[in-house]
Each structure stands twice: as structure tokens, then as C-alpha cells.
Design a protein around this ligand. Structure first.
Ligand code: GLV
Ligand code: MN
Ligand code: MN
Length: 417
């Protein structure tokens, strides 16, 4: 029989959820209404403390693992928990909702069920995973990757960030170097509510996304070394210019994505030039390339074309280019039963629903390695995210949280995991 919620009339308290979202957003606010809580900074620590306090208020059993992932569990019923959650770190210029919504909606679901008097048949856990963004420490989905055993604890703790800080030192400094080992307990299922972060739902006028999977991600860092020289005296024919090469690579990546079409995207988000002065041909450029596709073979083809171009331009300009992989994850497909569940609950609750892959990376794609997993999307105004202007309406947030509530309740009654 198809999965059902045992108490379909129950609703979350939308005002309480919005209140917690705004309280969390009041930590590390930035101009334009967003947040800057890079992973394992003091700002992240303040956000963590606030959310852990809320977990304790709900009488959850709170564990902190060796890479700082935090899991709060309402220990009712039997068996392995149904888990929800996301992340509370942000990019340096982040919004209020990316990640935070999934964590705080999870807390709201537990509180609403606790207040209803209903006792689920399985425990319910809410997690926030360390450094999902990958903006300070690569790769992204860092904590959830370690949680599922995809990256060793030793390697994770030794990771050095963009500012030279080491994960182990930062965990200790902020007091989140927990004792619970990784890999962590495998949940019976995982479901994550998240803002879409793209324009699709808004453009088609649909309020719930039933997420079918996450596209593959390839991140690399390129270091380009040339010949620093005088901008006025060096003939163009004698230049070995890392800035020219970096910008040519950026243009190549952009044209490649346009040429492939479909789901192919390509981004150069970071270029650092040294010494970065107006009248000096730079000695060095360090840049990043982010390419993604839902199709693994197309993603691999894109990587190979970029590598060929890099070799050609290095030769032509007389520069040395070395590359370092920062993240490489194949596309992930979510569990069909859970996707169906999200879709049917959305319909039952009177919402329009659209099946779609995720363009952004999410902790759910890591949890999908160990248990049936799916995600719920709600619309992003103007498709804007990783930007302080990121916004989702209170109504859409409430709709998504209610679908999360009933998805979790239905999964908590599922016996055959
Ligand atoms: C991480 O959230 C990403 O998709 O870049
Ligand atoms: Mn996110
Ligand atoms: Mn993000």
C-alpha cells in the first residue's frame, strides 16, 4: 500500500518556524539582508549554539560527531530513525534560507508532532552537517560525506581552507570537536526540505518540487604560473600572462556550457592574481572551475575538453598550469518510492507539484548512499540564491514544511526498511 501520513490534518506552526529562521538570520547579518557564516568560524559557532539550544528545548538527544556534524534525535518508537536536516553554514554572501530552512523546518516538524500527542513508530532525527557549502573547506557536502563514510575522518580533519585554517583546529577552537564516531548511524530514510535556488518552480507557477536527484559536480582549482613583467615595456609577443590565460579559460568554460546546452552549467567563481597590480603582468593566477551536469558522461566529456584546452593554451602562452580536484561527485538519483511520496502528499494537500533534478549540491545526495532519500523544494523568488537577496515567501515555506511533516510522519510508520 502506498505510504500515508497517520495524521493528515496536522499542520506546523508557520509563525514559529519563521521566527526561528529570522532569529538564526540575526546572527552574522550582512548588507542586503543575508548572512555570512562560513563553516567553523565564530559566526558559524554562534549559529550552532542557537540551534543546539533549540534542540535541547525540544528534549532531543544531541550528539556532536568528530567532524562537528550535530544530530538531535527525538527518541521515540523503535528501529533506526527517520532523518531530516541540512546545513546552517553559508557562503560568504549567503541568504537566510539556504540550508537553514531544512534544519529549522525539521525542528518545527518535531515540535508540531510532540504537541499533537502523536507518537511516531520510529525516532526522528534532525541533523545539521558541517561545511555543506564547501566555500571555506573543499569539498562541498563535507560533513555529510564523512557521515556516510565517503571521506575518511583523518583526511577531513586535515583539510586546509581558503584562509589556511585546518578543520581539526577550527573544530576544537569553536568547541564542536565531538566524540561520536563517523560514519554515523544510518537512518531508515532521509528527507531534506530546501529552497530551489533556481528559477524553475517560480517560472512554471508550481509550489512544490519533488526532487528526483542531484546533478554531478566537478570542482577544480588551477594554478597558472607565467612571467611577471612590466606592463608598458613587454611586447605582446613576449608575454606569458596568467591573467590572459585565466580569462581565456573562463570564456572557454562559458562557451562550452552554452554549446552543450541542456543541464550543463559552468562557472569560474574565483580568480586571484598575483601581485594584482595595474601595471604588472601577473606572475600567477589561481582560479576555480565548477562544472555540473545531470549526465555523468557529458560531465566527464566537459572535464576532458577543458583539460585539452588548458594544455593547449598553456603551450601557446608559455605558462605552467597545475590542477587540483576540489570536489567530484557523480549525479545521484533519489529513491522512487520517496519521490512518489513527496509528489502524492503535495497533491493531497492541494499543491501543484513538479518533478525536477537539483542544480545545487545537497547533504541529501550523500545520505542517498546509505538510505532511501528524497528532497522537497520550494520556490526561490527570481531564482536567486548564494546572494543576500535570496527569498522565499512565508506561504511557500509553510507549504514545504507541511509536506516535510507528513513525509516524515509517513516514513516513521514504514516497516520494511
Ligand atoms: C553547494 O551548496 C553547491 O551546490 O555549490
Ligand atoms: Mn544548501
Ligand atoms: Mn548553498
Amino acid at each position: 500500500m502506498a505510504l500515508q501520513s497517520p495524521i493528515p490534518a496536522l499542520r506546523i506552526d508557520a509563525d514559529r518556524l519563521m521566527g526561528r529562521l529570522m532569529d538564526l538570520a540575526s546572527i552574522s547579518p550582512i548588507e542586503g539582508g543575508g548572512n555570512s557564516r562560513l563553516a567553523l568560524t565564530d559566526d558559524d559557532a554562534a549559529g550552532r549554539d542557537l540551534v543546539v539550544g533549540w534542540m535541547k528545548d525540544l528534549n532531543l538527544d544531541v550528539i556532536v560527531d568528530v567532524v562537528g556534524n550535530v544530530v538531535g534525535t527525538w527518541n521515540v518508537g523503535h528501529g533506526s530513525p527517520v532523518m531530516t536536516g541540512s546545513h546552517i553554514d553559508t557562503v560568504r554572501t549567503g541568504g537566510k534560507y539556504d540550508g537553514n530552512l531544512g534544519v529549522l523546518a525539521g525542528l518545527e516538524v518535531i515540535q508540531a508532532v510532540q504537541e499533537s500527542g502523536h507518537i511516531p513508530s520510529r525516532p526522528i532525527s534532525v541533523a545539521f552537517f558541517t561545511n555543506e557549502e564547501g566555500a571555506r573547506f573543499a569539498p562541498d557536502m563535507f560533513g555529510s560525506l564523512v557521515y556516510v563514510g565517503g571521506l575518511s575522518v583523518e583526511e577531513a580533519l586535515d583539510t586546509v581552507g581558503i584562509d589556511g585554517a585546518r578543520v581539526a583546529d577550527e573544530l576544537e577552537r569553536i568547541g564542536y570537536n565531538g566524540a561520536t564516531p563517523c560514519p554515523g548511524v544510518s537512518p531508515s530514510s532521509f528527507v531534506e526540505l530546501h529552497i530551489e535556488q533556481g528559477p524553475v518552480l517560480e517560472q512554471i507557477g508550481v509550489s512544490i518540487g519533488a526532487v528526483t536527484g542531484v546533478q554531478g559536480i566537478s570542482w577544480q582549482e588551477l594554478t597558472i604560473e607565467g612571467q611577471s613583467n612590466h606592463a608598458g615595456t613587454t611586447p605582446m609577443s613576449m608575454r606569458c600572462d596568467p591573467a590572459y590565460v585565466a580569462s581565456s579559460i573562463a570564456v572557454f568554460v562559458r562557451n562550452l556550457a552554452n554549446r552543450y546546452g541542456g543541464n550543463q552549467v559552468g562557472t569560474v567563481g574565483k580568480i586571484d592574481l598575483f601581485p594584482n597590480l595595474i601595471n604588472v603582468v601577473p606572475a600567477k593566477a589561481v582560479m576555480t572551475v565548477d562544472v555540473r551536469n545531470t549526465d555523468e558522461s557529458l560531465l566527464a566529456q566537459a572535464e576532458s575538453e577543458i583539460a585539452t584546452f588548458i594544455a593547449q593554451i598553456a603551450e601557446a602562452e608559455g605558462v605552467r598550469i597545475s590542477s587540483r580536484t576540489l570536489a567530484r561527485f557523480e549525479p545521484v538519483e533519489f529513491d522512487s518510492e520517496l519521490i512518489d511520496l513527496v509528489e502524492s502528499l503535495a497533491k493531497q494537500h492541494g499543491h501543484s507539484v513538479h518533478r525536477m533534478p537539483s542544480g545545487a549540491g545537497h547533504d541529501a545526495q550523500m545520505l542517498a548512499r546509505v538510505c532511501p532519500t528524497s528532497m522537497i523544494f520550494v520556490p526561490s523568488v527570481n531564482g536567486i540564491s548564494h546572494n543576500p537577496a535570496e527569498h522565499t515567501s512565508a506561504q511557500d515555506i509553510a507549504n514545504g514544511a507541511n509536506i516535510l511533516l507528513h513525509t516524515i510522519l509517513a516514513l516513521a510508520e514504514k516497516k520494511d526498511f
